[in-house]
Structures are given as structure tokens and as C-alpha cells.
Design a protein around this ligand. Structure first.
Ligand code: NAD
Length: 259
């Protein structure tokens, strides 16, 4: 185990969710001070399991779609730590229903875009505002392999993650060219069996076995990633080992986007 986050402060949105908590754990294991921020600011099962044996993280309330909420949450971080070294934008929602393009309700589009795109934009901007004045830092946005492919009936989600990908490149370029010591990168997971995915796929396939059979066939490896696989990729991009990497897309996808 390395100690890449010793003395560093990390803020993770969607932090009480499955991937957010796993990412928090990975950074905490390497010495980072962790703030988990979520619409559901409770010590959930994911957080309790992820931080078993580690110092409890700070859990903050945050609605990523609200500018005021971002300001309040980051004020808590800077008043306690004096700086922010790492922001991970992991909050996200999926579509409520399955709609082809002609049947897609505007509300469905707006809700997914508001959380996944507006939320990631606000977080990236607010973190850069803090980081540029406090010694720099790293932003890691959680996209998805769906950013690289089309969808028949989950269009808002795929477009939102493609937008996260584009936002990442543009924010990285803009921050770098402005002379700020802030890097911005994206990690794009394939399916990870989390409650978010379980709820969606059980509705569609009826059983976990059928769902796994269908989604595993999209890959060229024999397993799906675990939350820890995603956390390893995020930790690398957030760490100084990636100090030359900005604006990049790291797919963690068992070959899903190769075909
Ligand atoms: N699980 C997968 O297969 C998968 C694959 C690719 C990408 N992702 C992305 O990874 C991220 C985490 O997903 P997960 O599987 O851990 O799901 P999850 O549902 O466990 O976590 C998502 C978290 O986001 C929070 N959230 C939703 N709206 C919010 C808001 N307005 N403000 C603050 N927090 C909000 C939820 O409360 C939840 O805790 C999401 O961005 C998701 O799109 C997941």
C-alpha cells in the first residue's frame, strides 16, 4: 500500500453511494482526509462497510444541483482543512423509465441532465475556484462507458455521460491554460453491480442471473468490475502519480467499448 494521499483532503459527491464510498475508502487507506457528500447524508450500509476498520469519514449534505449547497459544503471543507486537494464527482442518477427518442418525456431528460451534467459542472467549477487559490488539486469526474456508445432507450443517461466527458476535457484545458495547478480527468466504468444498477436491471430482466448473463456478454473478460476496481482508477488519477495527465478518459470496462 502506498501513501499517496497523506496530508490531502478529498471531497466525494454521491459519497454515501456504492462507488462514492469505495472511492472514499481507497483514498482514506492511503492517508487522505475524507468528506463524503450526498443528498442522503447518512452513514449508509455502503459507508459502514467501506470504512470498516478505518477512521470514520465526515459526511455532509449536498445537493449537487444547487449552487448554494455547493458553497456551503465547500466552506465546511475549507474551514476545517484550509484547502481541497481532490474532488470526485460521483453523484449520479439513471433514467426512471425506458423511452425511445420519440417517446422521451422532457422531464426525464431534464432530471438526468440536471444531476449528471449541471451537478458535475457546478462541482468542477466550485472546486477549481477553491483549488486555484490553495495550491492546486485534482478533479475526477465519474462518467460511464455509455459516454462512448449510443442507446435505444436510455438516451438522457448516455448523453449526460458524454457531456461529462466533454466537460472534463474543456475544464482541464481551460484550467491548465489559465495557469491553475488543477488537473481534471474522467473515469468511465462499465456496469458495476451496485444498488443503482440492480434496481434498473432486475426490473428489466427479472433475475440477477439473467441480467449478468446479458451484460457479461458485452465484455471480453469474465467478470464485472468491483467498486474497488473503479476506486483504484480514480485514486491513480487523483494522485501525484498522474501529475502529467489531464483531460483524459480512463475506461474501466473489461473491454466493453472495444467491439
Ligand atoms: N454502477 C454502475 O454500473 C455505474 C457505471 C457507470 C457509471 N456509474 C456512475 O457512477 C456514479 C455512482 O454510481 P453508483 O453505482 O455508486 O450509484 P449509487 O446510487 O449507489 O450512488 C449515487 C449517489 O448519488 C447520490 N445523488 C443522486 N442525486 C444527487 C444530488 N442531486 N446531489 C447529491 N447526491 C446525489 C445518491 O444519493 C447516491 O448516493 C454515478 O455517477 C453513476 O452514473 C455507475
Amino acid at each position: 500500500m502506498k501513501n499517496r494521499f497523506h496530508g490531502k483532503t478529498a471531497f466525494i459527491t454521491g459519497g454515501t453511494g456504492a462507488l462514492g464510498a469505495a472511492i472514499g475508502r481507497r483514498i482514506a487507506e492511503e492517508g487522505g482526509k475524507i468528506f463524503l457528500a450526498d443528498l442522503v447524508p447518512d452513514k449508509t450500509k455502503s459507508v459502514a462497510e467501506a470504512f470498516d476498520g478505518l477512521k470514520d469519514p465526515k459526511i455532509l449534505a449536498l445537493d449537487v444541483t444547487s449552487e448554494e449547497s455547493w458553497k456551503n459544503a465547500l466552506e465546511c471543507v475549507t474551514s476545517e482543512s484550509g484547502k481541497l486537494d481532490v474532488l470526485v464527482n460521483a453523484a449520479g442518477v439513471v433514467c426512471d423509465g425506458s423511452y425511445t427518442i420519440d417517446a422521451l418525456p422532457s422531464q426525464e431528460w431534464q432530471h438526468v441532465m440536471k444531476v449528471n451534467v449541471d451537478g458535475t459542472f457546478l462541482g468542477t467549477r466550485e472546486a477549481i475556484r477553491v483549488m486555484k487559490d490553495t495550491g492546486g488539486g485534482a478533479v475526477v469526474n465519474i462518467g460511464s462507458t455509455t459516454a462512448f456508445v449510443g442507446s435505444v432507450d436510455a438516451i438522457p443517461y448516455n448523453v449526460s455521460k458524454a457531456s461529462v466527458r466533454a466537460l472534463t476535457r474543456n475544464a482541464a484545458f481551460s484550467a491548465g491554460k489559465s495557469g491553475y495547478k488543477v488537473r481534471v480527468n474522467a473515469v468511465h466504468p462499465t456496469w458495476v453491480w451496485t444498488p443503482l444498477v440492480e434496481a434498473m436491471l432486475l426490473k428489466r430482466f427479472g433475475s440477477k442471473e439473467k441480467a449478468l448473463e446479458f451484460i457479461l456478454a458485452q465484455h471480453c473478460v469474465d467478470r464485472l468490475p468491483e467498486p474497488a476496481d473503479i476506486a483504484n482508477a480514480v485514486a491513480f488519477l487523483a494522485s501525484d502519480e498522474a501529475s502529467i495527465i489531464t483531460g483524459s478518459d480512463l475506461v474501466v470496462d473489461g473491454g466493453r467499448t472495444l467491439g
